[in-house]
Ligand binder design. Structure first.
Ligand code: MN
Length: 254
């Protein structure tokens, strides 16, 4: 089984080493193609206004000067000759839960894989606070990764679907199990905007991810992780709100 790994935190991120160890439980045919620098929050961005450079770091190990989507595209078009059997994106440092998935470079790399018809899984490790040292940030992912992925290898997944996995911020033996759950939603108030002045005196604004409120609806990824479970959520790329389609069609009827 040929597996392509990527990670929106970049080729040197600790999470991609965690992911490689997990992937090696399933195959020796592992290929890595990841952005050369952190691309968190880039969503499904595709680089169009500048060239993308491909760099070789070792046997089957490459980086691109672009987005997570660029990395998956380059992985399939220029690194591997053809499509892999599986794309694993992560393990991201930080959660990708609820409606964060559309901002997520980690999830979007898996979206790119799903669009290409490749079985694709996004994996994220929830952290208590991203920039602060923790005993073993990826403990839950390391211990539970193979158990989560194994059933996903032969579960039928329709085209244009992918799987989003989040590991709770807990020591491995405190994780309570795995739950298949739907995507939850944050309340609207979005994060923080920090304002300051740069060394030349110009104002700047900087978005942060703290203070995001959410209601823990039953059966959601947010609830599962908050209760100490690994969340597994199948996602689809059809964003159409089918229930509204009939009404709208009537409004535009000739
Ligand atoms: Mn990231």
């Amino acid at each position: 089984m040929k597996i392509l790994l990527t990670n929106d935190d970049g080729i040197h991120a600790p999470g991609i080493a965690v992911l490689e160890a997990i992937a090696r439980e399933f195959s020796d045919d592992i290929w890595i193609c990841a952005p050369d620098e952190e691309q968190s929050g880039m969503g499904h961005a595709l680089t169009l206004t500048r060239p993308v450079r491909l760099r070789k770091h070792g046997e089957r190990r490459f980086s691109v000067t672009g987005t997570p989507t660029d990395a998956v595209t380059m992985g399939m078009r220029k690194v591997i000759d053809g499509k892999p059997d599986l794309i694993l994106s992560g393990v991201n440092r930080g959660a990708n839960l609820g409606d964060d998935v559309t901002y997520s470079g980690t999830v979007s790399a898996a979206i790119e894989g799903a669009l290409a018809g490749v079985r694709s899984i996004a994996l994220s490790q929830v952290t208590t606070r991203e920039g602060e040292a923790e005993a073993d940030t990826f403990a839950a992912a390391r211990a539970w990764g193979t158990r989560v992925i194994a059933p996903l290898l032969d579960t039928p997944l329709p085209r244009r679907t992918l799987v989003n996995v989040n590991f709770p911020a807990l020591p491995a033996d405190a994780v309570r199990g795995i739950r298949a759950v739907r995507q939850g939603f944050h309340d609207y108030a979005r994060g923080t905007v920090v304002e300051g002045r740069d060394p030349r005196g110009f104002r700047y604004f900087w978005f942060g991810l703290t203070d995001i409120e959410h209601t823990l609806d039953h059966g959601t990824d947010l609830e599962a992780v908050s209760e100490g479970f690994v969340s597994v959520t199948p996602l689809q790329l059809d964003l159409t709100h089918h229930a509204s389609l009939g009404n709208l069609a009537e409004r535009y009827a000739p």
